[in-house]
Design a protein. Structure first.
Ligand code: PMP
Length: 392
């Protein structure tokens, strides 16, 4: 954009040309990655208000005036945001920033596994309930620490009384199925990392403020700015907080100050209307998409969707129908053992169930991409379902 060479828009896979206006016939509908472009129209309407311009001399040093890597103003804004939305308790809690929630998830595993309170010298078992977000496994295995080991599905530890220290990832709402999961393990040696990146009114009713010991949030799914790489953790225990801070310090000496500045600007826009504008926009967009997808697949016996019900939302102060970030589609026919292959044959790219350690009879479709991506997805699915009905 700045040098005039980069295109202003990123075309989706079904459009090309300098202004992305030429439709590519026979292209595939991309419902794969979780890029949250559904919020881009909101930011286009708030372009001036949300713009950041930073002079070359500004904020050059490593840390803030108080010696920390954390902007106190941004931290205050985050606390205010949670109390406004009512989705998390932050009073009396510590906050750590990270390069997206991705960095904080491993900082949390590190902090909980190196906690000295247990005498066990064996590595902590890290688990998650199927279907789970793949990064928990790939990241935990990638770092190959002596302190922890990824052990797969939570249920594998349910009946083992001497499992040693256990760290359970709990994703609520869950990626891929949108369920408001709760920790399954509650023993004296168990601790949970609550991944609450989708716990915002766009994607779920907010029944109450979450008050878990360790919760992780991200700008990526709140404002849609995944590329800014900014996330935060809300932590009850002081020693866990210190270990996570030490992790941040050793791995990257804190989070980019430019990222913090942009996060502050964006959260300010959110707070200006007490979140009303962005959450109304986000909820209605996601709700319309879910209704449209449900309608299409309700005509099919071949494909089914996860069941999610309406719930009272304390933020909107009314009952809200489901508006999940992802569809968790099941192929119901005996012979359709690879659902993503079935969809791929119809020009729809989703993410296979096995990526979430589930059966390939399932496939995840991302609903948070651009409107173009979603419209093409619905078009392709309508066609697939109408072919199914003609065959009956
Ligand atoms: N947790 C979950 C459940 C996610 O779906 C994602 C992103 N898709 C992340 C964490 C990571 O997000 P980020 O690093 O951008 O904060």
């Amino acid at each position: 954009v700045l040098d005039g060479k980069e295109p202003v828009c990123e075309c989706n896979s079904c459009y090309e040309g300098p202004d992305c206006s030429e439709f590519v016939t026979g292209c595939a509908a991309n419902a794969d990655s979780g890029d949250p472009y559904f919020l881009q129209p909101f930011w286009m309407q708030h372009a001036a208000q949300s713009a950041v311009l930073v002079a070359g001399w500004h904020r050059m040093g490593y840390s803030y005036a108080d010696g920390s890597y954390i902007s106190a103003v941004l931290e205050e804004h985050i606390r205010k945001l949670h109390s406004t939305v009512g989705n998390a308790v932050t009073q009396g809690r510590y906050i750590v920033f990270g390069a997206g929630s991705t960095q904080l998830l491993n900082a949390a595993v590190h902090a909980l596994s190196s906690d000295n309170s247990s005498n066990s010298s064996s590595p902590a078992s890290v688990v998650a309930s199927i279907p789970y977000y793949r990064l928990y496994k790939t990241q935990t295995e990638f770092f190959r620490s002596l302190d922890y080991r990824f052990e797969g599905d939570t249920s594998s530890l349910l009946n083992i009384s001497e499992a040693g220290k256990v760290i359970e990832f709990v994703t609520s709402p869950n990626n891929p199925d949108g369920k408001l999961n709760k920790a399954v393990l509650h023993g004296p040696n168990s601790s949970a990392i609550y991944d609450r990146v989708y716990y915002w009114p766009h994607f779920t009713a907010i029944p109450n403020p979450a008050d878990d010991d360790l919760m992780v949030f991200t700008l990526s799914k709140l404002t849609g700015h995944a590329g800014t790489r900014f996330g935060w953790a809300v932590i009850k225990n002081e020693s866990v907080y210190q270990k996570m801070t030490e992790y941040m310090s050793s791995s990257s000496m804190g989070v980019s100050r430019d990222a913090q500045l942009r996060a502050l600007k964006l959260i300010n826009v959110v707070l200006e209307t007490r979140g009303k504008q962005i959450f109304e926009f986000g909820y209605h967009t996601m709700r319309n998409r879910w209704e449209s997808l449900s309608k299409t697949l309700s005509l099919s016996n071949r494909f089914s969707l996860q069941k999610l019900g309406p719930r009272y939302c304390t933020y909107f102060q009314k009952i809200r129908g489901p508006s999940p970030a992802y569809a968790w589609v099941k192929c119901e026919r005996e012979e359709d053992t690879d659902c993503s292959e079935v969809l791929q044959a119809a020009n729809v790219i989703g993410r296979s169930g096995s990526i979430f350690s589930a059966e390939d009879r399932y496939v995840r479709l991302s609903l948070i991409r651009s409107q173009d991506d979603f419209d093409i997805l619905i078009q392709r699915l309508n066609q697939l379902v109408s072919e199914e009905r003609q065959q009956q």
